[in-house]
Ligand binder design. Sequence first.
Ligand SMILES: Nc1nc2c(c(=O)[nH]1)N[C@H]1C(S)=C(S)[C@@H](COP(=O)(O)OP(=O)(O)OC[C@H]3O[C@@H](n4cnc5c(=O)[nH]c(N)nc54)[C@H](O)[C@@H]3O)O[C@H]1N2
Ligand SMILES: Nc1nc2c(c(=O)[nH]1)N[C@H]1C(S)=C(S)[C@@H](COP(=O)(O)OP(=O)(O)OC[C@H]3O[C@@H](n4cnc5c(=O)[nH]c(N)nc54)[C@H](O)[C@@H]3O)O[C@H]1N2
Ligand SMILES: [Mo]
Length: 678
Amino acid sequence: MAAKFYRHICPRNCYSTCGLISMVEGGKIKELAGDPAHGYSRGHLCRFGYSYLDIFHHPARVLYPLRQEPRGSGNWRRIGWDEAMTLIAGKMLELKGRWGSFLPVFFYSNSGNIGLLHQAWNWLARSLGEVTVASGSLCWSAGLDAMVYGYGAHNHPDPAAMARAGYLLLWGANPAWTAVHQMEYIYEARERGARLVVIDPIFTATAARADFYVQIKPGSDGALALGLAHQLWQKGLVDNYYLENYVRGWPEWREYLAGLDPRELVAATGVPLELMARLAEEYAAGNPAAIWIGIGLQRHINGGQNIRAINALAAMTGNLGREGGGVYYASPVASELFTTSWPEWMRPAGSERQIPVYDLARGLEEADSPPVKMALLANANPLAQNATTQELQRALANLDLVVLSGQFLTETARAADVFLPVTTFLESWDVVPSYWHRWIGINEPAVSPGGECRSDIQVVSDLARVLNQISPGCCPFPSGWTEEEWLEQVFNPEVYRLLGINHYRDLLDGPRELKLPANPWAGGRFATPSGRYEIYSDRAAAAGLPSLPVYQPAAAGTEAYPYRLLTPHTSVGLNSQFYNLGDVPEPLALVNPRLAREQGLRSGSQARLYNEWGEIIIPVVISELVPPQTILCHQRPLPGGQVINDLTPPLATDMGTITSSGPGLAYYDTFVNIAPVA
Ligand SMILES: Nc1nc2c(c(=O)[nH]1)N[C@H]1C(S)=C(S)[C@@H](COP(=O)(O)OP(=O)(O)OC[C@H]3O[C@@H](n4cnc5c(=O)[nH]c(N)nc54)[C@H](O)[C@@H]3O)O[C@H]1N2
Ligand SMILES: Nc1nc2c(c(=O)[nH]1)N[C@H]1C(S)=C(S)[C@@H](COP(=O)(O)OP(=O)(O)OC[C@H]3O[C@@H](n4cnc5c(=O)[nH]c(N)nc54)[C@H](O)[C@@H]3O)O[C@H]1N2
Ligand SMILES: [Mo]
């Protein structure tokens, strides 16, 4: 039988959003490879991309709807879709009957799959109007807002242009682990002579590949940026023409810089003055100079403000609009090209009740008149990924019904009554815009769904059907559309024009690039109220923030919990996914030799990490890769079902309200104590 080939796009929450091709013979996927027609990922995959067939065929993958009785017992039994849907719809309508609206129903769909058709749960919530949802994002809120204050929009240059940077500062980003495809563009820049500098509290895999590494105290990046800005101003290394014509707030900023005491910035950052001077000089000379601000950098109570200060450096040196230069962060600009044309019922209704994502536990518990009684969880593993997981577990346990959809029985499945099995990208249609690059491809199903799996959009459509069956007219969500009809709905003429195609089916011939300017800020035009890059922002002031990116101190520990716990992303999993593949190294806590001496810790021995929210037991390794006073333990599953976010307090980032309707979570401002386990 002749082999058939199908195109896919990886839907994981990741920078690269790669193209894949599957080869199918006799109704079975025989091989999966990178799609060479994808202009960003260029035919290469990462370890997860190459392992998808193992996920697809994984023995633990759930293929039928399940019910757990009692909740938390692990006693799951197979049920039919009809039974599951009747149970869920029946409960939703019972709650509506009792409380007068769907407000007791909490909808939470996160980033387990970022394809547009996986927004299905959000669309259902929006179409119902009065429901409870989460505000803010676990991921990137503060940084997005910070970008908006400066540029007027959260846009950034084409990451492929990074290959043409003359000087490259990777500031709080670890692409050697979290964005492996971008490393190819970085290597290209280096081959052309670019100098690569990494600023991170941890000596990361990316730092190991750099020309120069700067170790910084966590949360003090704003202070370092101020130190560099002070040097640029003092040494006359600024681009006066650019500042006068394209930047708002230079006189105020200059005045603020003049009043700074560099010694205080040295103390705050741990970066010596000579090093600040050298960095400022190199940055000003790098033509063009690019800064990549990692998403990790903003998971702090002052993360947004720190990003505003870093952005000011690019404005001061005229790098913003230069080809290959400027500031890279991440941007929902590609997905927004789709969403702007969506009808009202696919967008937030304004009548929903919001509880903050950084403190779901309290939000669920304190919601009142009416209380929250039921949760529909999709694309999410909150009992591993959100803050105060112990509290959250208790809050979920108080609900009448908890429904989780996914592919595996995760940490969160313990708290669920019903599990709905969903397809993988190899079994359903989708389109997955990237938050990093501009390539768009269509995902087509290669095989029919395994077991009784359904895609999220099919599950939601069916739930709408059953809701209307029980209570005619209660749910405006369309229930009869196929996945392909949904694709018709999410695409629009502007997206087609920018892709140079007539229909989404044209993408079956290969992914296309959105024809957007390589650098959105070329020509010095910005989307701010003044039309200039705004170091001084009235909009920030109106939101109760400083109008300038002035110094905001980093979070500090207490006597009881003196050590900062950093929990960044790893190379061996993607958030909570892929740990079921085997061959995953043991989790470890890395501590600096000084801290180990202080606390009597030996490499290889077990230690107890604890604070007011929880405790975990984990082996420690003494390592110079981490600074004193800091413990490094990557976000990932721990032995015995322990969860690192048991230790994470519900701390908000400083920004997020404009772009994400609420702040993010300051994961990296977690403080703990540590002791050897006797
Ligand atoms: N300590 C600490 N915690 C963190 C972070 C950190 O740096 N440190 N980072 C945070 C960040 S940046 C993020 S983005 C969040 C991510 O938080 P989440 O989005 O909650 O976590 P994921 O592990 O990406 O995916 C959640 C679940 O989606 C399921 N899933 C996969 N595909 C599908 C699908 O097609 N349909 C459905 N219904 N489910 C599917 C998977 O089985 C998985 O269990 O974690 C945050 N948590
Ligand atoms: N392999 C893999 N790839 C992924 C993910 C994954 O889990 N695994 N997750 C995806 C997702 S959801 C996201 S959001 C991105 C995240 O991608 P990144 O932003 O690269 O990842 P993080 O690990 O959150 O943080 C990057 C670095 O910031 C550093 N950092 C922490 N605090 C500070 C600080 O105060 N100052 C400075 N200068 N540095 C600091 C950390 O030490 C870390 O090395 O990656 C995506 N790609
Ligand atoms: Mo993220």
